[in-house]
Design a protein around this ligand. Structure first.
Ligand code: MTE
Ligand code: MO
Length: 554
């Protein structure tokens, strides 16, 4: 007997197939998005959707997830490139979430198709595209235009069409024909379609990757800043650093004292494309409780009295000894000057600063009035801010972690309360004051030196930093022995890290080296271990090193 499928009763397993095909077909869909992004700068919804979902979640869920992820990465030994690796994992999570949504919509489409709703199915696909567009738009992260909208809606409808095809074909091939022959079972069909889909996904991804611009790497340079290197004590344009003639030289293997611009760490909530702001049309509106609202162009801001400062900045989620810290020369306009121009009202309390990626933070007017160094910055290393680091404008506040200092500033509003910014709302520190920290970068076991008395020594070195509070002393302890004072290089400014060095009298074997520092006022760094969340990590950095007698005379 020949059974004909009735259009009105989709079985549970049909609908389940819808979820499978929905997930499967979301892969080539993402590839098409990807190609569109690469070729024509069209939106890439998976990252936007992930953005929206994580923002809708209570803050703790997000930070908990990120914390957990970072733990896993550290356990896997990816600590050195934590910022880039964390971003990659976030991206993978975003793609996985998109596949999950694909499964959900696929499930719906099969259910609707089973009830004969062919047009409704196509409409579902189109509406999904519209939603994806809307999410990006709502965040202001996807700066998509009408073309972007059409692209997403068309792809959504096309995707639904492919699902309808799968639904029909599945019905046809798995039902016996007039001679009672069944072409394939569901699994065979799924495997065949899956194979084809995988093939195109791989080819498309390869193509898209070939079209990708080379991604800058933020890997810290290893073993640089050795004093023998000609570029050891200059900035990016070859100008000598303020402390170039300091006689205390970094131990070989110490990180570069001045972070090369392309190696400055990067941390932000952007998952996909960076906000690209067009200088030609950009203006900075400052509105709200002011006598004079303004909307300055970048050229107008650059023409204001500016200042340079060598600045170390770190992320509050930098672990002890982590790589989310960097030093460069910042240029900008003192915020005090900006206040003079706009003249805040009596009841004005804070600036609410917004970034193009949806990030926001508050900056108290009192803080600006107390500290002339608070800066609206437009340059790093004598060049316009790199896109990754906040072009065209960002804020610097001495002594605070990066989370208080927005990049890609699109607007400033003068308001009557000091509200909570993006990360504060998610449970991180309100003040985000930098905690004093010291790090061992190198135990230069291959660069032993002989001192004036003929004693063989191992150069040990690294950095110490306490925001803008200065470092007065660094001490090293070997194998839990006494704390011995290290030599300090003068810092580039009171806001940068200090390079320290200690030449330890050589003894063979495995040793443990630990470091601690004191702030300028004599306060010792916190020795107790604290995690990065919520106030920034504290604790002692230590490393183990095995030291052998060199083969040849040193
Ligand atoms: N617009 C915007 N600004 C931002 C962020 C962000 O996500 N968006 N992240 C902040 C954080 S947490 C840090 S640590 C610094 C990092 O600056 P960098 O990427 O230039 O190193 O930017 C801050 N400013
Ligand atoms: Mo950060």
């Amino acid at each position: 007997m020949i059974e004909t499928k009735t259009a009105s009763t989709p079985s549970v397993s049909d609908v389940r197939m819808g979820a499978l095909f929905g997930a499967l077909f979301s892969l080539p869909l993402m590839v098409l998005y990807f190609l569109g992004e690469r070729i024509a700068g069209l939106p890439f919804p998976p990252f936007d959707i992930f953005d929206v979902v994580t923002r809708l979640l209570p803050g703790d869920v997000l930070t908990f997830g990120i914390d957990a992820m970072v733990e896993v990465l550290l356990a896997l030994g990816w600590g050195a490139t934590l910022d880039t690796t964390a971003k990659t994992v976030e991206q993978v999570m975003a793609l996985a979430l998109f596949v999950l949504f694909g499964a959900m919509v696929g499930w719906l489409i099969f259910a609707v198709a089973g009830r004969g709703g062919r047009v409704a199915s196509l409409a579902l696909g189109a509406v999904s595209g519209l939603l994806a567009y809307g999410m990006g738009q709502a965040l202001g992260v996807t700066l998509a235009d009408f073309t972007g909208l059409v692209w997403l809606v068309l792809l959504g409808a096309g995707w639904a069409w492919a699902l309808l095809w799968a639904y029909d074909t599945l019905g046809a091939v798995t039902s016996p024909d007039a001679d009672g022959v069944v072409l394939m079972n569901r699994r065979q069909f799924l495997v065949r379609v899956g194979g084809t889909t995988a093939f195109f996904t791989v080819i498309g991804t390869g193509l898209g990757t070939m079209l990708s611009p080379t991604v800058a790497s933020f890997r810290p340079r290893e073993g640089t800043a050795s004093p023998s290197e000609p570029d050891a004590f200059v900035d990016g344009s070859g100008q000598p650093l303020p402390n170039w003639d300091d006689p205390v030289l970094p131990a070989p293997g110490t990180r570069a004292e001045y972070t090369p611009l392309d190696e400055h760490y990067r941390i932000d909530i952007v998952i996909g494309r960076l906000p690209e702001i067009d200088e030609a049309t950009y203006t900075l509106p400052i509105t709200g409780l002011v006598a004079r609202e303004v909307s300055w162009t970048l050229d107008e801001i650059r023409a204001m009295p500016g200042e340079d400062a060598f600045i170390t900045m770190a992320c509050i989620s930098n672990r002890i000894g982590g790589s989310l810290i960097g030093t460069t020369k910042w240029t900008g306009v003192p915020m005090q000057y900006i206040l003079q121009q706009i003249q805040p009202d009596e009841d004005a309390v804070a600036l609410r600063i917004r970034g193009a990626d949806g990030f926001d933070e508050y900056l108290s007017l009192d803080l600006i009035r107390q500290d002339a160094r608070v800066m609206l910055a437009y340059a790093f290393d004598d060049q316009p801010l790199p896109v990754a680091n906040g072009f065209p404008l960002r804020v610097h506040i001495p002594d605070r972690y990066g989370m208080k200092q927005p990049k890609w500033i699109t607007s400033i509003e003068v308001v009557d309360e000091l509200g909570e910014g993006y990360w504060v709302r998610r449970g991180w520190s309100r003040e985000a004051l930098v905690r004093a920290t010291s790090v061992i970068d190198t135990v230069a076991v291959d660069d032993l030196i002989t001192d004036a008395d003929g004693v063989l020594r191992v150069p040990i070195g690294g950095i110490a930093w306490a925001g803008a509070r200065g470092i007065s002393k660094v001490e090293v302890s070997v194998d839990d022995g006494d704390w011995i004072e290290a030599q300090l290089r003068s810092p580039m400014s009171e806001r940068t890290w200090v390079i320290w060095r200690y030449d330890w009298a050589f003894t063979e074997g495995q040793h443990r080296f630990a470091v601690r520092c004191y702030e300028a006022d004599g306060t010792m760094q916190t020795l107790l271990d604290a995690p990065v969340r919520p106030d920034g990590a504290t604790g002692i950095h230590s490393v183990n090193a095995t030291i052998r007698t060199p083969d040849t005379d040193v």
